[in-house]
Ligand binder design. Structure first.
Ligand code: HEC
Length: 234
C-alpha cells in the first residue's frame, strides 16, 4: 500500500514538474527543487549520490553530509565531491529501503533536503516468459539498467513512470530499444548501444520481465493524460 501511494505521488508530481519544462533528472535519480537549486538523489549499489544544479542546470559545488535510515540503522556519512556531484560510499543497494536527510552547504548557505525510496519488490513465481526474460535481463541489460531495474551509473531506471505501460514508451518502443538500442534523449547517460547476442524471442521475454517488475512495484498502467511525454517522438 505504501508503495502504491508513493508511486501515485510520483505519477502526480513528475509529470507536472516536467510539464513546466523545468525539472529533469540527468542520472535517473529523484529530483527536487529547493532554495533556488535543483537536487538529484540516487541510491546505487555501494553508494548514494547527489547532484546539485542551479536553475539553468549548471552544476554547483556543494559540501555536506547525509543521514541515512537504512535497514533500521541510522548512518551519518560525509558526502565527498566527485564528478560534478557528491558521493558517499556505503554498503547500500539500489533495491534497499532508504530514507535520507541531506545537510548541505551550497554557496555558503545551508540546504536541507529529504529523499526516500521504498524497498524493491522482486516478483516471485514469474510466468515462464518473464522468468526467461529475467535471465536475459540479468545477462544483457542489468549492467546498465541494474538488476532491479533501478538504474546504474551507465543507464536509467526502467522502473520509472517514463517507461510504464501506457506511457509514450510503450511495448513497441521497448522492443525497439532491445533490438536496435536507443539514442540519448531522456537523460545524460549517452546512447544505448544495440544489445549484442540476443536470440529471436528474447526481446519479448525481456519485455515481459520488465512489465512484471514494474507491476510488482505498483507501476502499472499510466493514463495517457498523465504521461509526461505524450506526443514525444521516437
Ligand atoms: C551499455 C548500457 C546499456 C545496456 C547494456 C542496455 N541499455 Fe537500455 N538504455 C541505456 C541508456 C543509456 C538509455 C537511455 C537513452 C535515453 O537517454 O533515453 C537506455 C534506454 C533504454 C530504454 C528506453 C528507450 C527509449 O527509446 O526511450 C529501454 C526500454 C531500454 N533501455 C531497455 C534495455 C533492455 C531491455 C536492455 C537489455 C536487452 C538494455 N536496455 C540494455 C543503456 C543501456
Amino acid at each position: 500500500m505504501k508503495t502504491r501511494l508513493l508511486t501515485l505521488a510520483l505519477l502526480l508530481t513528475v509529470p507536472s514538474a516536467l510539464a513546466q519544462g523545468t525539472l529533469a533528472a540527468f542520472f535517473g535519480g529523484q529530483i527536487t527543487e529547493s532554495g533556488g537549486y535543483r537536487a538529484e538523489f540516487a541510491v546505487r549499489d555501494g553508494a548514494v549520490k547527489v547532484w546539485i544544479r542551479d536553475r539553468n542546470d549548471q552544476p554547483v559545488a556543494a559540501t555536506g553530509k547525509a543521514t541515512l535510515l537504512l535497514g533500521g540503522q541510522k548512518l551519518e556519512v560525509p558526502l565527498a565531491p566527485k564528478a560534478n556531484g557528491l558521493v558517499a560510499e556505503i554498503p547500500v543497494k539500489s533495491s534497499d529501503k532508504v530514507a535520507a536527510v541531506l545537510g548541505l552547504t551550497v554557496d555558503g548557505k545551508p540546504l536541507s533536503l529529504r529523499f526516500q525510496q521504498t524497498e524493491l519488490i522482486t516478483p516471485a513465481n514469474l510466468p515462464v516468459q518473464a522468468e526467461a526474460g529475467r535471465k536475459v535481463f540479468e545477462a544483457v541489460c542489468a549492467s546498465c539498467h541494474g538488476t532491479g531495474l533501478r538504474g546504474t551509473d551507465n543507464g536509467p531506471p526502467l522502473l520509472h513512470p517514463f517507461y510504464a505501460l501506457g506511457s509514450a514508451h510503450g511495448d513497441d518502443v521497448i522492443l525497439d530499444a532491445i533490438n536496435k538500442g536507443a539514442k540519448a534523449h531522456m537523460w545524460r547517460f549517452g546512447d544505448m548501444p544495440k544489445p549484442e547476442g540476443l536470440k529471436p524471442g528474447q526481446d519479448k521475454e525481456a519485455l515481459a520481465y520488465i512489465r512484471a517488475v514494474q507491476a510488482a512495484n505498483g507501476l502499472g498502467s499510466v493514463p495517457a493524460s498523465a504521461d509526461p511525454h505524450a506526443g514525444h517522438k521516437h
